[in-house]
Design a protein around this ligand. Structure first.
Ligand code: C5P
Length: 397
């Protein structure tokens, strides 16, 4: 699941945000998409076709009647071969052209000639964006089946505040990937936990582990991309929230327990990828503990086992329940033991002694165990591992 090999036409219209889209073209090319850029006449006032051509590796087209246009790859053929049109930034003018089916410039003619998916990223002054004429035109684009990505609110280049800013690439990239992949998790309400927990001893010290949260965040991102509604209950990590995912931040195992119990009734699938601390200091001191007291302060007690509790509630709610296990020896036996003790439908076991898997790594190698047997997944990026896990879950859930 990627943009590699996909034919993407980036349609640029004349807003100051056009310069940001030059970066997007470059990002798409890095991911091995075949990118062609079409520009409106006014877009060429903001970014030169040469910039876009250099970044995309193909001539950027703007003039339907340019000298030599007949010999170049025709815009009609390009329109017919495209997998996706990304119109960004889409000005009020270009949105109006598309809404009325005009074909008076290269970009609008190409969109009419295509049956590819169309993603539109409006970017303009907030008064222009909120004007009923623009809003009506946007509603029309949605009726045609085009996906319109809401602009962000904030301070605009012209100094005004309000909606109309081009979204971040991460948000657009997710929408773009989502429109290219099968929505096999549509209708699922997915609850995911990720990251470590922190169990305080005093105001400046806590017990935790090196979990980065990357696996859980990729699970949330990819589930959303495949059409699920996703809630992510996250311990403290330094990752950006995945676009389109509701994130509930927690610190301790007890807070994670409360958040999961509040969110679980609405879920259909629960994946517990968090590295929950198994114990916590018995006493949390209000003031900083003095070093002289070191030996006498650290008495530990167990935290609630959230997954085990969910396992006991499963029959009543009908969840598909997935756990993770980080093991350093006898990984199959330990995995099987947890699968049955916690009453899970599936467990994904990490070998934490393997150099490229687990806690802080970018890659992961999972062993999946369920009632039907075992599946050894290859060593892949955490994003790919997440997709393989969803493939497995969507076949079983
Ligand atoms: O028993 P163990 O901690 O190895 O099990 C790991 C699995 O149980 C993970 O899915 C983890 O998120 C979950 N877990 C939990 N609550 C705990 C400890 C672990 O939900 N207190």
């Amino acid at each position: 699941m990627s943009v590699a090999g996909k034919r993407i036409v980036v349609g640029v219209s004349g807003s100051i945000a056009a310069f940001k889209v030059a970066g997007w073209v470059s990002a798409l090319v890095k991911e091995e998409a075949q990118v062609s850029v079409m520009m409106t006449e006014s877009a060429c006032q903001f970014v030169t076709p040469l910039t876009m051509a250099a970044l995309s590796g193909e001539p950027a087209q703007s003039d339907m009647f340019a000298e030599g246009a007949g010999e170049r790859i025709s815009h009609i053929r390009l329109a017919q071969e495209a997998d996706l049109f990304l119109i960004a930034p889409a000005t009020a003018q270009t949105i109006a052209r598309l809404a009325y089916g005009l074909a008076d410039d290269l970009l609008s003619a190409a969109v009419l000639a295509s049956r590819a998916r169309v993603l539109v990223c409006p970017a303009m002054n907030s008064q222009m964006f909120t004007h009923p004429a623009t809003q009506d035109n946007i509603a029309k684009l949605r009726e045609y089946g085009y996906q319109v990505i809401a602009p962000e609110s904030g301070r605009m280049a012209c100094g005004d505040e309000g909606p109309g800013r081009l979204p971040e690439w991460d948000v657009v990239r997710e929408a773009l990937l989502g429109s290219l992949v099968e929505q096999d998790l549509a209708g699922q309400q997915v609850l995911i936990t990720a990251g470590p927990t922190r169990e305080p001893l005093d105001p400046v010290r806590f017990l935790s582990n090196p979990s980065s949260g990357k696996m859980g965040y990729q699970l949330a991102r990819t589930a959303r991309r495949r059409g699920a509604e996703v809630v992510l209950v996250s311990g403290p990590v330094s990752l950006d929230p995945p676009p389109g995912v509701r994130v509930v931040q927690v610190q301790t195992a007890q807070e994670m327990y409360a958040a999961v119990m509040a969110e679980a009734p609405a879920a259909t699938v629960i994946v517990k990828a968090a590295a929950v601390s198994d114990f916590r200091p018995e006493q949390v001191f209000a003031g900083k503990v003095k070093k002289e007291a070191a030996e006498s302060v650290l008495r530990l007690e167990r935290t609630p086992d959230i997954l085990e509790k969910l396992g006991r509630m499963k029959a009543e709610h009908g969840w598909f329940l997935v756990g993770f296990a980080a093991e350093s020896g006898n990984i199959k036996e330990e995995g099987r033991r947890k699968l049955s003790r916690k009453n899970l439908d599936l467990i994904a076991v990490n070998n934490i002694l393997s150099p490229n898997a687990g806690f802080e790594s970018e890659t992961n190698q999972l062993l999946l165990l369920d009632a039907n047997g075992e599946t050894e997944l290859p060593l892949v990026s955490k994003e790919q591992a997440a997709n393989l896990l969803w493939d497995h879950i969507s076949r079983s859930a």
